[in-house]
Every structure is written in structure tokens, then in C-alpha cells.
Design a protein around this ligand. Structure first.
Ligand SMILES: [Zn+2]
Ligand SMILES: [Zn+2]
Length: 116
């Protein structure tokens, strides 16, 4: 792959915003990513701050975690019973995976609630 702006220069990074290849002259480190100099710099910086806000909002809602956890656990049990009665092994496995994910979310939710 070569740089999007310089066809004879090998790309060393990929822009987080437009996914173009960038050489060292065109790549700008922005937060936890790389952006096109002067083009996507602001986009990626904005994107990063939105993501940071989302992470913050998620970590504050332990009850949302618990609700999702309950939903996954319930669906996991339903799929498991359905698979068991219909003798469908893939359904049983899916149910087990969903139940495990639900329990994991529940554990995360409790950890978050305790922390905050
Ligand atoms: Zn870009
Ligand atoms: Zn370049």
C-alpha cells in the first residue's frame, strides 16, 4: 500500500476517519489513532471525544448492565431448553453462550455498581 497523497511513498499508517493509507509526512497521531494531516485531524479528534463520553456514560449505568444481563440470561435459558427439547445441539450451545454472556454482564454490572 502507498500513501494516498504520495503515490511513490509507502504508507505507514491508516487514517481512523477515512481509512486511507498515509506516509509519515501525512499521518498525524490523534488521541488513540492516526488521521490525515489537515483533513481528518478534527474528525478523529471529535470521534475520540464522543467515544470517551460514551465510555463514561456506560460505566455510570450499572442498572442498564443488569437489565441487559437478565435479558441475555433469560434468552440463553430459553434457547437452551428449546435446543434440549428439540435435540438441536447448536441451539443448546448458543443458549449456553448467551447465558454465559448474561452472567458475565451481570458480574460486570455489579462490579460497576459497587465501584460507582
Ligand atoms: Zn483521513
Ligand atoms: Zn503522504
Amino acid at each position: 500500500m502507498v500513501c494516498f497523497n504520495h503515490a511513490d511513498t509507502p504508507a505507514v499508517a491508516i487514517c481512523k476517519s477515512c481509512n486511507r493509507g498515509l506516509c509519515t509526512a501525512c499521518a498525524v497521531p490523534v488521541g488513540n489513532g492516526i488521521a490525515c494531516r489537515d483533513q481528518c485531524e478534527d474528525d478523529v479528534a471529535g470521534l475520540n471525544s464522543v467515544l470517551a463520553r460514551n465510555v463514561q456514560a456506560n460505566s455510570q449505568s450499572g442498572s442498564a448492565w443488569s437489565a441487559t444481563s437478565g435479558l441475555y440470561s433469560l434468552m440463553g435459558i430459553l434457547f437452551g431448553v428449546w435446543g434440549w427439547t428439540s435435540n438441536l445441539v447448536p441451539l443448546i450451545l448458543l443458549g449456553a453462550a448467551m447465558l454465559a454472556y448474561g452472567l458475565f454482564l451481570g458480574w460486570r454490572g455489579r462490579a460497576i455498581t459497587r465501584a460507582g
